[in-house]
Write a protein that binds this ligand. Structure first.
Ligand code: PLP
Length: 440
C-alpha cells in the first residue's frame, strides 16, 4: 500500500500531474500525454481555456459563494435559462448540484416525491439496465447495473429492477429488430411482475459510457421505452451525466432520437473539469406538482453557487462560439473511420461503437468468435498502461460480468483538430501493436 495520505486506490507508479493545455498534459518529469479521454470524459472544451479562466476570475472578483436560501444569483438564473434553451424547452426546470451522482440522486428523489404528491406513494421503485453505471452514492448505486460495484452495499441500497441492456454486438436473436423487441418485452414483463403501480421511473443512459463503453440504443428501443413509461404511468429518466453537453454531437444524446425524458441528469461536460457543477432538468409539470406539495425536500450546500454557474456559462459560450457540436460530429466521424481502419490491422479490436466523440472499442481474444479475454488477464489495464507509456490517455473499462469484454473509450476534448485525431490514432496503433505483441 502506498504510504501517502490520499485514500483512494492509486498505483505506486502514478505520475504527478504538472500542467495542461488543450488536449495536452505534462507530468512533473516533463513527460507529455495526449488526453484522448478528457480525463473522465469531462474536459469537453480542453484544458486551460482562457475564456473560462477569465470568466471564473471575473466571478471570483464579485462573489464565489452565495446560499440559495438567502440570495438568488443572476448567473444561476441565466445558466438555468440557457440549459432550458438547449433542450428547446422540452425540459423547463433546472436544479443545480455538484456531481453526476448527485444529479442522479436528485432525479430519484424528485420522481419519488412527485408520486407522493400525486397520492401514489407506492411508486418508489425503478427499472434500470444491466450493465449500466449511474454513480457512487447509495441511490445512484442502487440503479447501477454492475455487480462488483453494487453488491457490497445491497443491504442499504434500494436495488432497482434490472433488465438487460441492448447489445448490438453479441445479441442472440436473428436481427437487431428482434433483439430490441425481445428486450422491450422483457422490460414490460419485469414491470408487470413487480407491479406496474410500484414503478416510479425507467432509467437509461442513451449511450453507455463508463458502463458499457459506447454501447448504443436504437430508435425503436427509445420509442419503446417511452411507450412503456406512458402505458404504465411512470417517468422516463435519462442519465446524460456523460453523454450530455455535446459529447455525441448534439447537446444531449436523446436529441438524436427525438425521444425526450421527463427528467435528465447532467454533469461532467457542464463544468468541463474547471469546477464541479451538475444539474437535474425536469418537466415543469413535475416540479409544479412537487412545489404544490410543499417543495422539493432536497438540497446541497454548494448547489448553484455563482462560481460554479459562471463556469458552466463560460463553457457553454465556448461550445457555441467555437462551434464544438459541429466539430464533434466531424472529428467523431473521422475518428470512427480511422478506428475502423485500425481494426483491419489489429485483430484484438472486436467491436467499435458509439457516436460523435464518444467512441468505445471492445478488445477480444478471438474476433470471429467474439471471444473476450479472460477477466483475470485485465486486458483493459494492460492496454491502458502501454498507451500511457507512449503518452496516450484512454479511458479503460474492465470486462462486465460476462456481459461484455474489456473495452476502452476514446473521448478526446471536443476541440480536437484533424491532426490531433491523426496523432491519437498513431499512438493507439503503436499501443495496440505493443498489446498484441504481449498477448501473442
Ligand atoms: N452517471 C453516469 C452515466 C456516469 O458516467 C457517471 C460517472 O462516470 C455518473 C453518473 C456519476 O457521476 P460522478 O462521478 O460525477 O458522481
Amino acid at each position: 500500500m502506498s504510504n501517502n495520505a490520499l485514500f483512494y486506490l492509486t498505483s505506486e507508479t502514478m505520475p504527478v500531474v504538472s500542467h495542461a493545455d488543450g488536449i495536452h498534459i505534462w507530468d512533473t518529469d516533463g513527460k507529455h500525454y495526449i488526453d484522448a479521454c478528457s480525463g473522465a470524459i469531462t474536459c469537453n472544451i480542453g484544458h486551460n481555456h482562457p475564456a473560462v479562466k477569465n470568466a471564473m476570475v471575473e466571478q471570483l472578483d464579485k462573489i464565489a459563494f452565495s446560499y440559495r436560501t438567502q440570495f438568488e444569483s443572476q448567473v444561476a438564473l441565466d445558466l438555468a435559462e440557457q440549459l432550458v434553451e438547449l433542450t428547446a424547452g422540452e425540459l423547463d426546470k433546472v436544479y443545480f448540484v455538484g456531481s453526476g451522482s448527485e444529479a442522479v440522486e436528485s432525479a430519484i428523489k424528485l420522481a419519488i416525491q412527485y408520486f407522493v404528491c400525486q397520492g401514489q406513494p407506492e411508486r418508489h421503485r425503478f427499472v434500470s439496465l444491466r450493465p449500466s453505471y449511474h454513480g457512487s452514492t447509495l441511490g445512484a448505486l442502487g440503479l447501477t447495473g454492475y455487480e462488483p460495484l453494487e453488491a457490497p452495499f445491497r443491504s442499504v441500497t434500494q436495488g432497482s429492477i434490472k433488465v438487460p441492456s441492448p447489445d448490438l454486438y453479441r445479441y442472440q436473436e436473428s436481427s437487431v429488430e428482434e433483439h430490441i423487441t425481445s428486450l422491450l418485452e422483457q422490460t414490460e414483463q419485469a414491470i408487470q411482475a413487480a407491479g406496474a403501480e410500484t414503478i416510479a421511473a425507467i432509467v437509461l443512459e442513451p449511450v453507455g459510457g463508463a458502463s458499457t463503453g459506447g454501447r448504443m440504443v436504437t430508435q425503436a428501443y427509445m420509442e419503446g421505452l417511452r411507450t412503456l413509461c406512458d402505458r404504465y404511468g411512470c417517468l422516463f429518466i435519462m442519465d446524460e451525466v456523460l453523454s450530455g453537453m455535446g459529447r455525441t454531437g448534439q447537446w444531449f444524446a436523446y436529441q438524436h432520437f427525438g425521444v425526450a425524458p421527463d427528467i435528465l441528469a447532467l454533469a461532467k461536460g457542464l463544468g468541463s473539469g474547471y469546477y464541479p457543477i451538475a444539474a437535474m432538468l425536469a418537466r415543469g409539470s413535475i416540479v409544479e406538482q412537487v412545489s404544490q406539495g410543499g417543495g422539493f425536500m432536497h438540497g446541497h450546500t454548494y448547489a448553484g453557487n455563482p462560481l460554479a454557474c459562471a463556469t458552466g456559462q463560460a463553457v457553454i459560450e465556448v461550445m457555441k462560439s467555437e462551434h464544438l457540436l459541429d466539430n464533434c460530429t466531424q472529428r467523431g466521424n473521422e475518428l470512427r473511420e480511422k478506428l475502423e481502419q485500425l481494426a483491419l490491422k489489429h485483430p484484438s479490436i472486436g467491436n467499435i461503437r458509439g457516436i460523435g466523440l464518444l467512441q468505445g472499442v471492445e478488445l477480444v481474444q478471438d474476433r470471429n468468435a467474439k471471444k473476450p479475454f479472460p477477466a483475470s488477464f485485465n486486458a483493459y489495464a494492460k492496454l491502458t498502461e502501454l498507451a500511457k507509456a507512449r503518452g496516450l490517455l484512454i479511458y479503460p473499462r474492465r470486462s462486465l460480468d460476462g456481459l461484455a469484454g474489456d473495452h476502452f473509450l476514446v473521448t478526446p476534448p471536443l476541440t480536437v483538430s484533424q491532426t490531433d485525431i491523426d496523432d491519437i490514432i498513431d499512438l493507439l496503433d503503436g499501443s495496440l501493436s505493443d498489446f498484441e505483441h504481449l498477448v501473442a
